[in-house]
Design a protein around this ligand. Structure first.
Ligand code: TYM
Length: 333
């Protein structure tokens, strides 16, 4: 039986990378799979979060997901810290994963930067908590952007080792689902860098809360090269900024980059950027408006998430009992 799990950190604004790399795909998958979507606040605090902002962002990201079409009744939508089994299983996985595996994680190296001695232990252990998120629900498929691929491989390694060590087939091996034409959306200011919440310049990203004028301004200022758009995908080679904008256009309009270039090849960036602005506003505008409506009633959001947590706990508890028994822990009778 197929089951989807995925998560997003409730930090800062959701941006176009989150939307095209993950959330839009979640929205598509919800009709065909049983889906569990999680706001991973335990992951968020691996770097310091101002408490008042974390609280506000948690509600805002929940509103963003619902506004983007994730149905909290048909799916399980909840906050990680409200289901204690995530932290519990993560500890077990800290005892399964090897230090050598963790040392290979590129995201830790990037996020810790030069001053690694001063990074939190949580940032280092981040991937085992992510493995716990997924495996607690015995998820079979995990829709994510390309940047999460290595973490998924670690989750598979953890599952394999746990099953081997205990001699029980507790966990299925989860498969990444990396879908669409924008699996790695790049910064609007630098085609070599990922679009990210932590990038200081707000002009590097389009946020799901940006209004039409802001979107227009950011796209107008986006870095490009002086050549017109090529006629075919081959012509995007060596033109990272052009490739990024074409990929975004393709994903937003549910088509391929080849189809976008068949239509817009030969155009100047000035006119293509106008088309991209119109398209972005037409997709993000309604989501934005719905998000603002939802944010007007935070108590309703909180209640929705509490119901989600209750459903998540009911799914998590039996796995945790199975894990404990496999390890030789005495389950209470
Ligand atoms: P997070 O919060 O950084 O991002 C959420 C999702 O958005 C995708 N994404 C992107 N996709 C394309 N282009 C980009 N520039 C871009 N930036 C972000 C991410 O790949 C992700 O799918 N570790 C995860 C959260 C997590 C998780 C999990 C995911 C925790 N537990 C279990 C899946 C399963 C993260 O930090 O995502």
């Amino acid at each position: 039986q197929n089951r989807i799990f995925s998560g997003v950190q409730p930090t800062g604004n959701l941006h176009l990378g989150n939307y095209l790399g993950a959330i839009r795909n979640w929205e598509r998958l919800q009709n065909d799979y049983e889906c569990i979507f999680c706001l991973v606040d335990l992951h968020a605090i691996t770097v310091w979060q101002d408490p008042a902002e974390l609280l506000r962002n948690t509600r805002e990201v929940a509103a963003g997901l619902i506004a983007a079409g994730i149905d909290p009744k048909a799916n399980v939508l909840f906050i990680q810290s409200q289901v204690a089994e995530h932290a519990e299983l993560a500890w077990v996985f800290n005892c399964v994963a090897r230090i050598g595996w963790m040392n290979r994680m590129t995201q830790f190296k990037e996020k810790a930067g030069k001053n690694r001695e001063n990074a939190s232990v949580g940032l280092y252990a981040y991937p085992t908590l992510m493995a716990a998120d997924i495996l607690l629900y015995k998820a079979t498929h995990v829709p994510v952007g390309e940047d999460q691929k290595q973490h998924l491989e670690l989750a598979r390694d953890v599952a394999t080792k746990f099953n081997n060590d205990t001699g029980r087939e507790v966990f299925p091996l989860p498969e990444p689902l990396i879908l669409g034409e924008a699996t790695r959306v790049m910064s609007l200011r630098d085609g070599a860098r990922k679009m990210s919440k932590s990038e200081p310049s707000d002009f590097s990203r389009i946020n799901m809360t940006d209004d039409a004028d802001t979107i227009a301004q950011k796209i107008r200022k986006a870095k490009t090269d002086p050549e017109p758009l090529p006629d075919s995908v081959d012509g995007l080679e060596g033109r990272p900024e052009a490739a990024n904008l074409v990929g975004i256009y393709a994903a937003l309009s549910d088509t391929t980059r080849a189809a976008v270039l068949a239509e817009h090849g030969g155009q100047t960036f000035a006119s293509f950027k106008q088309a991209l602005t119109d398209l972005s506003v037409s997709v993000l505008g309604p989501i934005n408006a719905r998000m603002a409506e939802l944010m007007a009633d935070p108590a309703e959001i909180d209640a929705t998430l509490a119901k989600g947590a209750e459903r998540a706990r009911a799914l998590a508890a039996p796995t945790m009992a199975e894990v404990k028994s496999a390890l030789g822990f005495l389950n209470p009778t």
